[in-house]
Design a protein around this ligand. Structure first.
Ligand code: ATP
Ligand code: MG
Length: 560
C-alpha cells in the first residue's frame, strides 16, 4: 500500500506527495539509478542512489538498477561488475530489477522507424563537424540540413542500411525533425542514432548503430514504468526533448525531476578526471583509498552507514553548491566512533624498559573494547618488562605544558601502570633509542591507591607480544579547495597533495589485531580510525587509516 501521508522532507518528496494526491501515477512510486558503465561509482553517485532508493523505500515503491550502456567504445564489463558491487554495498536493493538500456535496443529501433514514418525523423548525411556548424548558437538560430526533407521511403531505406552496416562510422546519422530555430539547442534536430562499428559488452556485434543517450534515456524510463525520473540539473534543458519524444511516441510518460549534483571541496567527482588520475598513475587504481570512489572509500574503511548519514544530512537542493569535505569527515568520525573496536598500536616505536619489572614475567591487563558500546566488552592485553611507546610521547627536554614522558616525570600507561622515567640510552648521534623507567606495582589498572594524579596517559604495546605492520596514512588528495578552478595552462593534477599517502613500516600493534579483517573498523587509541587493507597477508599486515580522531585541518586553519 502506498503511504499518501509521507511527510515532505525535500522538494522531490513534495512533488511525489502532490502526484499521489492527484493520482497522477495511481499512487505508484518507481525510481531508478541509471549509471553509464564507463567508470567506477563515486560519492556523488551515492547521493543519487540513496535518494532514488530512499524514495522508493519510503513510499513502498520500487527501485531499479539500469545500466545506460549506449556507448560501446567507453564501456566495460569491469565497470558493470564494480557498479553492482558498490550499489549493493551501499544498501540499495533493486530486487530482481537489474536492467540494461541494451535490453531495449530492438524496441528503440522500432520506435525510431515509427518516427521516420510519421515524418518526425530523418537520415542526415552531414558530417559531425557540419552538423555542429549548422546547429547555430544560443544567439543565432541553426540552419536546416539539405537532407532534412528526404522522403519517408528514402529515410526508411537509408536507416535500415545504416543498421545493416553498409556505411562507415560517421557517414550518416538519424536525427529528430523538430525545430532548427528553437531557443533550446537540444531541440535543434538532435541526433538519435550514430553509426559505430564496435562490439558491445552485451549485444556483441549485433548492432553497428547505437542510440544516443538522449534518445534512449526517456524511453528506457518509460518502458520500465519509472514514475519519477530523478536526474541532475544539467538535464533540465533536455527535459523538453525527452517530453517531445515520449509525446510523439504516445507512450507512458514519467516525470523528470532535477536536483543539484554533489560537489565536494578538495575533491573531483567527474569520471573523466578520475579516469585520468588512474591512467596517469597519480593513484594506485580506482579503489585507491584516496579516491572519492565507493570502492576507494570502502577500502579506506568508510562504512555505508557513514555515507548514508552524510547523504541524509546534505539533503537535496535545486541549486548547485559545494559541500565542505569536513562535513563528510564529520559523519565518518561519528559513525566510526560508535562502532570501532579500540586497540593500542604504536606507529613510531620507541623502546621502554621497565627496570624494576621482573625479567621473563608477563601479565594480562584488562582493556575496554569500546567505551561507546558496553556490549563490546573487554579484552586482555599482555604487559611485560619491555614495551614500545610513540616516539613523540617522550621528550628529553620538554617545553612547559608537555605532559607526557620525560626524565623524572610520571605518566600513566593506558590500562597499565604509572611509570617514571629514570634514564635514557642514546646512539652515537645523541638520539634517544631507549627509555628506562620504573613502575609502581600499586597502580595496576592505571590508578594510584594514594590518589596521586598524573597529567599524561599514553598508549603502549608489549615488545615481546607486539605484531609488526605497515600502516598507510592518508590525507586529502588535493591541496586546492576547488581543484578544477585552475589558471590557463594548469591542470587539476598540478594541485595533487604530494603528502596524500605516507607509508609507515615497523609499526607495533597489540596482538589482538592479528584477527582483523578488511572493512572492520578499529580505533587505534589516540591515532585515529583504521581498517585492514585487502593487500594485507598474515606475514605482512597492512592497515589503512580511515581518518584521524579530530579534524586536524580545522585546527591548522585556526592557527593561521
Ligand atoms: P560523471 O559526471 O562523474 O561522469 P555521470 O553523470 O556522467 O557522472 P552517470 O553514470 O551517467 O555518470 O551517472 C549516473 C547517475 O548518477 C545520473 O543519474 C547522475 O545524475 C548521477 N550523478 C552523477 N554524478 C553525480 C553527483 N556528483 N551528484 C549526484 N548525482 C550524480
Ligand atoms: Mg552521465
Amino acid at each position: 500500500m502506498t503511504r499518501l501521508d509521507t511527510p515532505a522532507t525535500d522538494f522531490i518528496r513534495e512533488i511525489i506527495n502532490e502526484h499521489n494526491r492527484t493520482g497522477r501515477f495511481g499512487g505508484r512510486v518507481h525510481t531508478r539509478f541509471p549509471p553509464e558503465p564507463n567508470g567506477y561509482l563515486h560519492i556523488g553517485h551515492a547521493k543519487s542512489i540513496l535518494l532514488n532508493y530512499g524514495i522508493a523505500r519510503d513510499y513502498n515503491g520500487k527501485f531499479n538498477l539500469r545500466f545506460d550502456d549506449t556507448n560501446p567504445t567507453k564501456e566495460e564489463q569491469e565497470y558493470v561488475d564494480s557498479i553492482i558491487e558498490d550499489v549493493r554495498w551501499l544498501g540499495a536493493d533493486w530486487e530482481d530489477r537489474l536492467f540494461y538500456a541494451s535490453d531495449y535496443f530492438d524496441q528503440l529501433y522500432e520506435w525510431a522507424v515509427q518516427l521516420i514514418k510519421d515524418g518526425k525523423a530523418y537520415v542526415d548525411d552531414l558530417s559531425p563537424e557540419e552538423i555542429r556548424a549548422y546547429r547555430g548558437t544560443l544567439t543565432e538560430p541553426g540552419r536546416e540540413s539539405p537532407y532534412r526533407n528526404r522522403s519517408v521511403e528514402e529515410n526508411l531505406d537509408l536507416f535500415e542500411r545504416m543498421k545493416n552496416g553498409e556505411f562507415p562510422n560517421g557517414a550518416r546519422v538519424l536525427r529528430a525533425k523538430i525545430d532548427m530555430a528553437s531557443p533550446n539547442l537540444n531541440l535543434r534536430d538532435p541526433v538519435m542514432y550514430r553509426i559505430l562499428h564496435a562490439s558491445h559488452h552485451r549485444t556483441g556485434d549485433k548492432w553497428c548503430i547505437y542510440p544516443m543517450y538522449d534518445w534512449a534515456h526517456g524511453q528506457c524510463d518509460s518502458i520500465e514504468g519509472i514514475t519519477h525520473s530523478i536526474c541532475t540539473l544539467e538535464f533540465e534543458n533536455h527535459r523538453p526533448l525527452y517530453d517531445w519524444f515520449l509525446d510523439q511516441l504516445g507512450i507512458f510518460h514519467p516525470q523528470q525531476i532535477e536536483f543539484a549534483r554533489l560537489n565536494l571541496s578538495y575533491t573531483v567527482l567527474s569520471k573523466r578526471r578520475l579516469i585520468q588520475l588512474v591512467e596517469q598513475g597519480h593513484v594506485n587504481g580506482w579503489d585507491d583509498p584516496r579516491m572519492p570512489t565507493l570502492s576507494g572509500l570502502r577500502r579506506r574503511g568508510v562504512t555505508p552507514e557513514a555515507i548514508q548519514n552524510f547523504a541524509a544530512a546534505i539533503g537535496v537542493a535545486k541549486t548547485n553548491s559545494t559541500i565542505d569535505l569536513a562535513l563528510f569527515e564529520y559523519h565518518i568520525r561519528q559513525d566510526l566512533n560508535a562502532r570501532a573496536t579500540r586497540r593500542m598500536a604504536v606507529l613510531n616505536p620507541l623502546k621502554v624498559v621497565i627496570t624494576n619489572y621482573p625479567e621473563g614475567q608477563t601479565e594480562e591487563l584488562e582493556a575496554i573494547n569500546n567505551p561507546e558500546d558496553e556490549s563490546a566488552g573487554t579484552r586482555m592485553v599482555p604487559f611485560s618488562r619491555e614495551l614500545y611507546i610513540e616516539q613523540d610521547d617522550f621528550m628529553e627536554d620538554p617545553p612547559r605544558k608537555y605532559f607526557r614522558l620525560s626524565p623524572g616525570r610520571e605518566v600513566r600507561l593506558r590500562y597499565g601502570y604509572f611509570i617514571t622515567c629514570t634514564d635514557v640510552v642514546k646512539d652515537e648521534d645523541g638520539n634517544v633509542i631507549e627509555v628506562h623507567c620504573t613502575y609502581d606495582p600499586a597502580t595496576r589498572g592505571g590508578y594510584a591507591p594514594d590518589g596521586r594524579k598524573v597529567r599524561g596517559t599514553i598508549h603502549w604495546v608489549s615488545a615481546q607480544h607486539a605484531i609488526d605492520a605497515e600502516v598507510r596514512l592518508y590525507d586529502r588528495l588535493f591541496t586546492k579547495e576547488n581543484p578544477l578552478d585552475v589558471a590557463e595552462g594548469e591542470d587539476f593534477t598540478d594541485y595533487l597533495n604530494p603528502h596524500s599517502l605516507q607509508v609507515l613500516t615497523g609499526c607495533k600493534l597489540e596482538p589482538a589485531l592479528a584477527q582483523a579483517v578488511p572493512g572492520e573498523p578499529y580505533q587505534f587509541e589516540r591515532k585515529g580510525y583504521f581498517t585492514l587493507d585487502p593487500d594485507s597477508t598474515p606475514e605482512h599486515l597492512v592497515f589503512n587509516r580511515t581518518i584521524t580522531l579530530r579534524d586536524t585541518w580545522a585546527k591548522m586553519q585556526k592557527r593561521r
